[in-house]
Ligand binder design. Structure first.
Ligand code: PLP
Length: 378
């Protein structure tokens, strides 16, 4: 079955008892047990809830994994997975990782004795050189946030495997429609489902997906013990949002391509970062491991004044944190997603005060371009 069909026929398209064409919202915390000796499949909804379970099975199916876990946010998914590590363990992390991930690693997990080195994972030697005897995890984002840098997932996972290291990939920007890291040898896929997976800017949620049953059992234990689960209402909303994932990604990606091409021709735009551009240094690697460049791009503007004007005066892109909604969202990494990163670290990573990130929604690209033209060149 191809991806578009799988999204709709995900195993939960008909509810077996009522034949309803949808998953019921099981808004309960507990389940009656029949016998003292044998508890049913469901006992307490932190451990398992049928609505959440339908969503977890769906994300596992789409990522071509075996086990999915839904969490209360992307950060809850990421933090829960990082609880796999112990004091004394070391992580190698891609250097322009999501700001919240940088924050949780450098302020919370560091306190728990888990060390991290942030390296340019687009260079396989940088990964090799950062590995220590106590390295247990390799944490990747590709395309990265916000500079859309490309890491070779199969290559990085092979290096990690040689050293017995787990590879984790935050696949938020691509979604399984465009990129499936488990098929490339990575061990754990992470998501902020808040973005493209739900797609409607109305739920905060996160996912982890794996193939290995032992790893799944450890994550299930953490999910149940730590308890950062997704509730049934939100699980249902994400199941609904997911049904249109393919058409939303296709259409947003088409718009992003048109906007990126236009931006490249503008005098007041300095650099455009988008893996759909042949000039992007990661173009070939990206197109080997993903089926499209996605709908997020970033660019630098000639002056800080014009950057601010663009952020505040566009009428068709909301100036907001987040991405992956049906509406275009323009954001300012320096003060938003990467505000948690010290200024010097940020500048060193190229996240400057004239860098803008644009997540292209479902508006007609011609209208978006006219809006950008009005503010940039007006
Ligand atoms: C938004 C985001 C996160 C965090 O997810 P939340 O749902 O906001 O907790 C993690 N990684 C990436 C790439 C993101 O864009």
């Amino acid at each position: 079955m191809k991806f578009g069909t799988k999204i709709i026929h995900n195993g939960h398209e008909v509810e077996p008892h009522t034949k309803a064409l949808g998953v019921p919202i099981c808004q309960v915390s507990t389940f009656q047990q029949e016998s003292v000796d044998h508890f049913g499949k469901y006992d307490y909804a932190r451990s398992a809830n049928p609505t959440r379970e339908a969503l977890e099975e769906t994300i596992a199916l789409l990522e071509n994994g075996a086990h999915g876990f839904a969490f209360a946010s992307g950060m809850a998914a990421i933090s829960s997975v990082l609880l796999l590590f112990s004091p004394g363990d070391h992580l190698v992390v891609c250097e322009d990782v999501y700001g919240g991930t940088f924050r949780v690693i450098t302020t919370l997990f560091s306190r728990l004795g888990i060390e991290a080195s942030f390296v340019d994972t687009t260079n396989p030697d940088a990964i090799r050189n950062a590995i220590r005897p106590n390295t247990r995890g390799l944490y990747l984002e590709t395309p990265s946030n916000p500079l859309l840098k490309i890491t070779d997932l199969a290559g990085a996972a092979a290096i990690a495997r040689q050293h017995g290291i787990l590879t984790m990939v935050d696949n938020t920007f691509m979604t399984p429609y465009l990129q499936r890291p488990l098929e490339l040898g990575c061990d754990i896929v992470l998501h902020s489902g808040t973005k493209f997976l739900n797609g409607h800017s109305d739920v905060i949620c996160g996912f982890a997906v794996v193939r290995d049953p032992g790893l799944a059992a450890r994550i299930r234990f953490i999910q149940n013990s730590f308890g950062a689960i997704l509730g049934p209402q939100d699980s249902w909303l994400v199941l609904r949002g997911l049904k249109t994932l393919k058409v939303r990604m296709e259409e947003s990606q088409r718009g992003a391509g048109a906007v990126a091409d236009w931006l490249c021709r503008q005098e007041r735009i300095q650099e455009v970062f988008y893996p759909g551009l042949e000039t992007h240094p990661g173009f070939h690697i990206h197109h080997r491991q993903a089926s499209g460049p996605g709908a997020v791009l970033s660019f630098t503007v000639s002056t800080v004044e014009l950057t601010r004007k663009l952020l505040e005066e566009l009428s068709l892109a909301a100036f907001a944190v987040s991405l992956g909604g049906v509406e275009s969202i323009i954001s300012y990494p320096a003060k938003m997603s990467h505000a948690a990163m010290p200024h010097s670290e940020r500048e060193a990573r190229g996240i400057t005060d004239t860098l803008v990130r644009l997540s292209v929604g479902l508006e007609d690209p011609e209208d978006l371009i006219a809006d950008l033209d009005r503010v940039l060149n007006g």
